[in-house]
Write a protein that binds this ligand. Structure first.
Ligand SMILES: NC(=O)c1ccc[n+]([C@@H]2O[C@H](COP(=O)([O-])OP(=O)(O)OC[C@H]3O[C@@H](n4cnc5c(N)ncnc54)[C@H](O)[C@@H]3O)[C@@H](O)[C@H]2O)c1
Length: 445
């Protein structure tokens, strides 16, 4: 599209998605391999990309009476699935076929059909330190004289991959690291780079990957709850090198349900006195989260949504005394087939109490894989969009994230439907289409 008038705005020049999109995944475990195998299954016509907004979603343009709702992928220039090339890093040597078989998310029959492709994807040696993920002991790991040296080795990996494709995006789908509070080292790029030289303990491996990506001008998404791109030094680097960022923590099962239900209670002015959430899961993620330090990172990420949605400072009578508790229990028999229970104590007219129970029998990686794919495709779009590529945080992607990053001083939007509207209006905006406000008075003129 050129600079033609369309609707009320000027269309900007979004660069087309020509050539190959290289996707580098940090952590080739359950989520990553389910995404990669899924993309290949879709490419081969074996399955449909269910759960992926970029592949199945439509976007309404103009009035309801216009009946114009193209597929999102036909409206904005997204990379075609056939043009995606995967690689990545892991602390174990297993190729994607072996790792997917170990994760046991997809059935072996499907994996065997895809085996010739999957076994060609072999992880590069990772940057890893057990101090940051206590339950894992990596064997396929880079050695370096300090964190700066490790970052340089990752940059060399990225540079080499760049030579084989046209564009690159990196996504963190590796294990959850221990809880780290931002320190002085995170406050500016200069301080962070000194920290890399001095092996600062507050710089975890995920931050080294993010630094390497952004230094190479490559967009970076954080699918885990770690402190990775959500601090000033990374935002600075992201803007400087026009490398869009987003995070953090894929919004998949229980939190997705929370960010659907809580806005409904608030919209109807129903009070909530308690929300107890518990989970059992038995995959490697569950094992890592069994460590209290990694659990703390996840807990913080999961806790935020209700407070932001309910705004207890605005509605003290309804939400001031809300008791919110989250448990995650490692229970090996379930593997990736997580079960989540929520007990919600609500109250209505004159304070009369009621209860709601939610029992979600989900599949963790089946929910996460399409999110990872969409984030990669949309970050690549952001990189090619003049008005998005240099703004740093891509808040319009908060739809996919449990603990979405937003500009300093701005509270994040957690309501799934506000997030969905924000995402679609961003797409309309960059393509010069009218934004949709749902006012609808024009139908009654
Ligand atoms: N599945 C979901 O629904 C969901 C939702 C939100 C967030 N997440 C997060 O996504 C991440 C991945 O989840 P998963 O179920 O695939 O876990 P997983 O344990 O199956 O895979 C993680 C992989 O990362 C590797 N790894 C760990 N540290 C690494 C490092 N420094 N560099 C390279 N590789 C490293 C591990 O060896 C493993 O193969 C986790 O942090 C999880 O909390 C998952």
């Amino acid at each position: 599209m050129g600079a033609e008038e369309q609707g009320s705005q000027k269309t900007e020049k979004v660069a087309p998605a020509t050539g190959k999109l290289g996707v580098m995944v940090v952590g080739m475990g359950a989520v990553a391999t389910t995404m990669i195998a899924g993309v290949e299954a879709v490419r081969k016509g074996l399955a449909k990309p269910i759960g992926s907004l970029t592949q199945m979603g439509t976007i309404r343009l103009g009035k309801r009476t216009d009946n114009t709702s193209p597929l999102i992928k036909d409206f904005v220039p997204l990379a075609d699935l056939n043009d995606i090339v995967f690689t990545g890093w892991d602390i174990f040597k297993d190729n994607v076929y072996e790792s997917a078989s170990h994760a046991a998310v997809l059935d072996q029959k499907t994996l065997d059909l895809l085996k010739p492709f999957l076994e060609t994807i072999k992880p590069l040696p990772a940057v890893f330190d057990q101090y940051y993920v206590k339950r894992l002991n990596g064997t396929h790991v880079k050695k370096g004289k300090n964190k700066r040296d490790l970052a340089e080795q990752l940059r060399a990996d990225i540079k080499a991959f760049k030579k084989t494709v046209d564009r690159v995006v990196i996504i963190w789908a590796a294990s959850t690291e221990i809880f780290i509070r931002p320190t002085a080292v995170h406050q500016s790029l200069e301080a962070f780079e000194k920290g890399l030289d001095n092996d600062d303990i507050a710089i975890a491996p995920s931050q080294i990957y993010a630094y390497a990506a952004l230094s190479e001008g490559v967009p970076f998404a954080n699918g885990a709850p770690n402190l990775t791109v959500d601090f000033p030094a990374m935002v600075e680097l992201s803007k400087k090198n026009a490398a869009p960022i987003c995070g953090k923590d894929f919004k998949t099962g229980q939190t997705m349900m929370k960010t659907v239900l809580a806005p409904a209670f608030k919209a109807r002015m129903l009070g909530v006195s308690g929300w107890f959430s518990t989970n059992i899961l038995g995959n490697r993620d569950g094992e890592v989260l069994d460590d209290p330090e990694s659990f703390k990172t996840k807990e913080e990420s999961k806790l935020g949504s209700l407070d932001y949605i309910f705004q207890p400072e605005l509605y003290p009578d309804l939400y001031k005394d809300l008791y919110h508790k989250i448990r995650i229990n490692y229970y090996p028999p379930r593997g990736d087939e997580k079960e989540a229970w929520d007990n919600i104590d609500i109250f209505g007219w004159l304070g009369y109490p009621m209860q709601i129970k939610v029992n979600f029998l989900c599949r963790d990686s089946i929910l996460a894989a399409p999110i990872a794919l969409d984030l990669v495709l949309f970050l690549d779009l952001a990189k090619r969009t003049p008005s998005l590529c240099s703004i740093g945080i891509q808040e319009w992607l908060s739809f996919y994230l449990k603990s979405p990053q937003s500009a300093p001083g701005l509270y994040p939007e957690h309501d799934l439907f506000i997030q969905s509207m924000k995402l679609k209006n961003t797409l309309r905006h960059i393509m010069g289409a009218d934004l949709i406000t749902h006012l609808g008075l024009e139908y009654y003129d």
